[in-house]
Design a binder for this molecule. Structure first.
Ligand code: IFG
Length: 522
């Protein structure tokens, strides 16, 4: 056993080359650290832990190997350290210990214990994943660089005990109005997972496009997916590519929620299979941005065979518990037809052992057990859903619609619901929003990003960040601990982190941004 004092000397010696050049070892206390979402409890003890070339990732259970590999991927490229993994609890100077532990009360809870000579992340696998996201934010922003940087890599010492308020913390990406390929979706998964988001709802179908291969109805993708808003070439995910996204997301503890919007928003279906409309007429592919002009024919039995085929194939490749059936803006479907249609479609979903999710209009129909009503515009629909025993997913358009312009000068986005800057995205509390909908009725929060005006990954990043960081905190941190002035000071320190992650974020004038990565490195 090598004497600790020698190791201490060794670690100090390794630091000497850095003293006087590169970043001075910045003394930072836990309370000064910029973590988003803010952890539910922490206490600092004012010293530092230093990651070092000899640091290893130790595990108490071989089941944590994937997490160790993920952590090594995060820290290895920017530090240049080997960060070898070993099972066992004999910790040496600079080690990171991942400890699979049951924490009472919340499956996503974690404990991050940072001491001068080692640090420990305790929890379930997903708890440890969230502890890793917090550790990332406690290290200097340069840790996010893909190429190796000089250290030192200090972490303030103390103890963090953390767990989310809401279990469903989601982002929605509309890949129907404009199609975004596998690599863009993986990038979005990487970014949202760093803020502890754990669901990605993919809006896979709409008037302008059908984006998922359905083998029993092949023209949905090949014809219905062949264009997009503005007339571009569109695209779709093969079932293998969809599975690739499901697996990539799962490694970051994100569950994919697929949406097939119906009976409205279905022009792409009707152009592919005219027999699914009541008039049987051919329809052109649609490349505009109007809504509410299409409907499946709710009177035809063939429509329900179609829905059954689609839901069956989708359920087989969706490990997550939810299938989203849309239900919004069915403006040309008479309510007396909409209601029985939605009731039959819900039974198809539950026949494949999946739970129903739908936009708040579905509350006009009877709701299957454990259905979730996604509140976006009509509070009385959400209330009706609660009265019928459903849970609510909070997506109030005037707070969390990320396709809303920041202000009237934003080059992208719409503003029918509101102009939304970071303050509006932060200054609300899900359980205070609608009288009669309390915390126990709410499964969580989801931020939709509709893509009528977005064409590339930079556009997604510009609209999503930093507002999604604010919304992630609304969903994770107890409202009594949230404070806008304190949040904006923490967010200000993310400019360097966003720069290092190459995120094309919107530099909101409401935030005293701290000067980006150049300042952080000099
Ligand atoms: N509402 C529509 C979306 C999209 C959106 C743009 C819902 C549930 C306006 N439906 O939001 O398809 O067009 O902000």
């Amino acid at each position: 056993m090598v004497p600790t004092r020698f190791l201490l000397y060794l670690s100090l010696v390794t630091l000497i080359p850095f003293v006087g050049c590169g970043t001075p070892p910045q003394k930072m206390n836990l309370s000064e650290a910029a973590m988003i979402p803010l952890p539910s409890s922490m206490k600092e003890d004012g010293s530092s832990f230093a990651l070092s070339p000899s640091s290893k990732i130790k595990l108490n259970d071989a089941a944590l190997q994937n997490l160790a590999d993920y952590l090594k991927g995060l820290l290895g490229s920017s530090t240049g350290y080997a960060l070898e993994t070993a099972t066992g609890s004999d910790l040496d100077q600079g080690d990171i210990y991942l400890q699979l532990t049951e924490i009472e009360g919340n499956a996503e809870a974690y404990i991050l214990e940072i001491k001068e000579d080692h640090l420990v992340i305790k929890g379930s696998e997903k708890g440890i994943f969230y502890g890793i996201q917090t550790l990332r934010q406690l290290l200097p922003p340069a840790i996010e660089y893909r190429k190796s940087q000089e250290g030192p890599w200090l972490v303030p010492t103390g103890m963090i005990e953390d767990a989310p308020v809401y279990a469903y913390r989601g982002a929605m990406l509309d890949v129907a109005r404009h199609f975004f390929g596998v690599e863009d979706v993986k990038r979005y998964i990487d970014l949202i997972s760093s803020f502890k988001i754990n669901h990605l709802h993919l809006h896979l179908s709409d008037d302008q496009g059908w984006r998922i291969e359905i083998r029993s109805w092949p023209k949905l993708a090949t014809h219905g997916g062949s264009t997009q808003v503005g007339g571009g070439k569109g695209g779709f995910y093969t079932q293998d590519q969809y599975t690739e996204l499901v697996d990539y997301a799962a490694k970051r503890f994100i569950t994919i929620v697929p949406e097939i919007d119906m009976p409205g928003h279905t022009n792409a279906i009707l152009t592919s299979y005219p027999q699914l409309s009541c008039d049987g007429k051919d329809r052109e592919l649609y490349t505009g941005i109007e809504v509410g002009f299409s409907t499946l024919c709710t009177k035809k039995e063939s429509t329900y065979r179609f829905v059954d085929d689609v839901i069956r194939e989708l359920s087989l490749i969706t490990p997550g518990r939810y299938i989203h059936i849309g239900g919004d803006e069915s403006l040309v479907t008479p309510l007396e037809d909409y209601i029985p249609f939605m009731e039959r479609v819900q039974k198809i979903v539950t026949s494949y052992n999946k739970r129903v999710m739908g936009w708040d209009e579905i509350a006009h129909a009877d709701l299957e057990r454990r259905a979730v009503v996604q509140y976006w515009s009509e509070a009385e629909n959400a209330l009706k859903g609660v009265e019928k025993g459903a849970k609510v997913l909070m997506s109030p358009a005037n707070r969390v619609y990320l396709d809303m312009q920041y202000d009237s000068t934003s080059p992208l986005g719409l503003h029918w619901a509101a102009y939304i800057d970071v303050d509006s995205a932060y200054l609300w509390n899900p359980s205070d929003l609608v009288q009669g909908i309390g915390q126990d009725d709410i499964i969580g929060v989801e931020a939709p990003l509709w893509s009528e005006t977005l064409t590339k990954m930079d556009d997604i990043e510009y609209m999503a960040f930093p507002r999604l960081a604010a919304i992630a905190e609304v969903a994770w941190t107890p409202s009594a601990q949230r404070d806008w002035q304190q949040f904006r000071q923490r967010l200000a320190k993310f400019s360097a982190r966003f720069d290092a992650m190459d995120v094309n974020y919107y530099p909101s004038p409401l935030i005293p941004w701290d000067g980006g990565i150049e300042k952080a490195l000099n």
